[in-house]
Design a protein around this ligand. Structure first.
Ligand SMILES: Nc1ncnc2c1ncn2[C@@H]1O[C@H](COP(=O)(O)OP(=O)(O)OP(=O)(O)O)[C@@H](O)[C@H]1O
Length: 250
């Protein structure tokens, strides 16, 4: 089953085509990584998939439902961290996870139990009773992951989840992603760390200038080199588009 799909997605901000005909899909049980330079369109693609930005044309679907009009039943099956990790600053780490799980449909007992197990799993124990506003960036990222994943979603979307994580956090995150896919969830993850995505992704798609410009083979040597080759080849073939992107008004 297709967990997520963007088809011919176009999103224009001012004069800039943040998405310019982007098409990609994530199947159930699949880890699909998107990689690209700053400004390539990765976050915009994810926002379109969760209905946080509208498309000018094309389609975005979650579990077969149009993303823009997906209701609570669909959203209860989705978990995501896009841009800022989720977390109410005034709530404790534990209460944040409980509330996130409740918002995703778990009853109180299941939510409390999920919070305890995710605090242990992401090694957040020392901070469980602290308010989120006092957390370090890395621990906020761990909390955001727990809030996105504590209800065992069928679809998980993670935008650069390793950003602020220490090496222990990266290992924990890797386990969460691999385990989610192993139980059948579709996972879409964006990253600048080709080595990291190469370890876990089933598919790596290169996004550039708001579109798909190629795919990298996970586990293959010298992914950076191949990545830059693809990006430069596109720029060379589309000099005017590349220049227009640099000069587009903000
Ligand atoms: N709300 C907005 N208003 C105007 N322009 C925007 C907006 N959101 C994104 N953009 C522009 O759209 C383009 C794609 O941005 P996006 O955040 O999707 O890139 P990205 O691939 O996630 O980049 P990064 O790796 O830096 O996070 C960029 O040029 C960005 O400046």
């Amino acid at each position: 089953m297709t967990a997520l799909e963007l088809r011919d997605a176009v999103r224009v901000y001012g004069g800039l085509r943040a998405l310019d005909g982007l098409t990609l899909a994530v199947e159930a049980g699949e880890i699909h990584a998107i990689v690209g330079l700053n400004g390539a369109g990765k976050t915009t693609a994810m926002k379109a998939l969760v209905g946080h930005t509208r498309l000018d044309s094309g389609a975005a679907t979650i579990l077969g439902a149009p993303a823009a009009s997906a209701g609570p039943v669909t959203f209860a099956r989705l978990g995501f961290v896009i841009d800022q990790p989720f977390g109410y600053p005034e709530l404790t780490v534990r209460d944040n996870i409980v509330h996130a799980a409740r918002l995703h449909g778990l009853d109180r007992h299941a939510a409390v139990s999920a919070a305890s197990s995710w605090i242990a799993r992401l090694e957040l124990g020392p901070w469980a009773a602290r308010r989120a506003r006092g957390l370090s960036l890395g621990n906020r990222q761990r909390l955001g992951l727990a809030c996105a994943a504590a209800h065992d979603p069928d679809v998980l979307i993670l935008d650069e989840p390793t950003n602020a994580l220490d090496p222990a956090g990266v290992l924990l995150l890797r386990d969460v992603i691999v385990a989610a896919a192993a139980r059948g969830a579709g996972v879409l993850v964006s990253s600048h760390h080709l080595d990291e995505v190469s370890r876990i992704a089933h598919r790596i798609t290169v996004v550039h200038a708001g579109r798909v410009v190629g795919a990298l083979e996970p586990g293959h040597a010298d992914l950076e080199h191949r990545f830059f080759e693809m990006v430069r080849a596109w720029d060379a073939d589309h000099r005017e588009d590349a220049l227009a992107r640099q000069e587009a008004p903000a």
